[in-house]
Design a binder for this molecule. Structure first.
Ligand code: NAD
Ligand code: MG
Length: 408
């Protein structure tokens, strides 16, 4: 059964962008700016980026702006005062839920990074919003509970991750037919900056090198995840929940040019793919416009000038050795009981620790493995259970980081 629910929507949408100051948030506003007749901004949120949120307020005139950090919110309030704009400035994480579930909101772009976005995603789901999901970690942590809230609220969950948008675009309209027809979901992966690097030298990778993705410009966390292929690991879990397919039916194929964004292989061996330039404005516009198509502002794909498309099996060319984290997706889905959330929490701590140079690039996987080993997953039946699981796993991961960094 599919996990994408809900009815079709009206023409003028009011939109809350959670994480408007991030990479996806900014691309979302670029698309929105092209459609003032179709989309009106209700609320914009960030963590502490006063200057950028101030500029976004001037341009999009939302009713609400939120910065999680209270001092930054105060500064924003003071700067907005002389402009005469009627923007109410909020602060703290709890009000994210309010802005995601407000009666005046039709659509929520979930583009906060990490499990920090879980609560607001669930709030939007329960309130029956059109929920555009970039924040894959929220679905990885929330799993079945997330889906049950989408169902209960009658929300419409649409993928923004380019691979999942591609799969959604390659599937028939009626989700009840998916499971019977799908042979495989083939998630493509660029392989990131280290796909040809000697695995024996990966321990020398610096944060700057890891954040330099060959095809996409993204936030730091997802850039590091792409370099370890933990991003693909999270995406396998995301695909399992979004499309309701067994993990054994999900394959990963390395495609360095990032032109085919993913594919569906059907029972009759027909393969349907979605192609385009690597630009997140395309899946964002698809989510905002669905079921219609609206302009994204992305460049046209020029087949004549596109480099030859190549594909590499994940099993070959020492990719398994380079990217050991990817296989954890199938492992945690097999053990379930909160294991995907534990892995996500460990990985968030590991990435943070790598970026602050506490651990080496290759130790990210060690932190993830050791945290999974040490932490006994348990079933989570509520948001509080999930948050407790997340906090507990973070504590364990921090201990592992300490052990690793003190034995350097
Ligand atoms: P980013 O780091 O550029 O932006 C993150 C946003 O979340 C910012 O607005 C930041 O202020 C906000 N934020 C950070 N911590 C927060 C907290 N604790 N509470 C509230 N807000 C907080 O990240 P991004 O690259 O835009 O990615 C956002 C999400 O979209 C991630 O889950 C990522 O995996 C997913 N995604 C990103 C891309 C991409 O191309 N960037 C592609 C596919 C999926
Ligand atoms: Mg992706």
């Amino acid at each position: 059964m599919s996990q994408i629910y809900g009815a079709k929507s009206s023409t003028l949408q009011t939109l809350t962008v959670l994480g408007s100051t991030g990479s996806i948030g900014k691309s979302t506003l670029e698309v929105v700016a092209r459609h003032p007749d179709k989309i009106r901004i209700f609320a914009l949120t960030g963590f502490s980026q006063v200057d950028l949120l101030f500029e976004q307020c001037l341009r999009f005139k939302p009713q609400y702006a939120l910065l999680v950090d209270p001092d930054s919110a105060n500064t924003l309030r003071t700067r907005l005062l002389p402009t005469g704009l009627d923007v109410e400035v909020l602060t703290g994480s709890q009000d994210l839920d309010l802005l995601a579930s407000h009666d005046s909101v039709d659509t929520v772009m979930a583009s906060i990074v990490g499990a920090a976005g879980l609560s607001s995603c669930l709030a939007a789901a329960r309130a029956g919003k059109r929920l555009l999901l970039a924040n894959k970690e929220a679905l990885v942590v929330g799993g079945e509970l997330f889906l049950s809230q989408v169902r209960a609220g009658g929300a419409k969950l649409l993928p923004i991750d380019s691979e999942h948008s591609a799969i959604f675009q390659s599937l028939p309209e009626d989700p009840s037919t998916w499971n019977d027809r799908i042979e495989k979901i083939i998630l493509t992966a660029s392989g990131g900056p280290f796909k040809a690097r000697d695995p024996q030298t990966l321990h020398l990778v610096t944060p700057e090198e890891a954040c330099r993705h060959p095809n996409w410009v993204m936030g730091q966390k997802i850039s590091v995840d792409s370099a370890t292929m933990m991003n693909k690991c999270l995406e396998v879990i995301e695909a399992h929940y979004l499309f309701g397919v067994d993990p054994s039916k999900i394959d990963v194929l390395i495609h360095p040019q990032s032109i085919i964004h993913s594919m569906v292989e059907y029972k009759d061996m027909s393969v349907v793919a979605q192609l385009g330039t690597p630009d997140m404005k395309v899946p964002i516009a698809y989510g905002l416009g669905w079921p219609e198509r609206i302009e994204s502002g992305a460049n046209k794909l020029s087949f004549q000038n596109t480099p030859p498309m190549t594909f590499e099996d994940f099993e070959s060319n020492r990719h398994r050795e380079r990217f050991p984290g990817l296989l954890l997706a199938w492992e945690v889905l097999r053990s379930a009981n909160g294991a995907p959330g534990v892995l996500n929490a460990a990985n968030e701590i590991a990435v943070e620790s790598f970026l602050s140079k506490k651990i080496k690039f290759t130790q990210i996987h060690e932190v993830n493995l050791r945290t999974l080993d040490k932490y006994l997953p348990r079933s989570a039946k509520s948001l509080d259970d999930l948050l407790a699981l997340d906090l507990g796993a973070r504590d364990v991961a921090r201990q592992v980081v300490e052990e690793l960094s003190s034995s350097k």
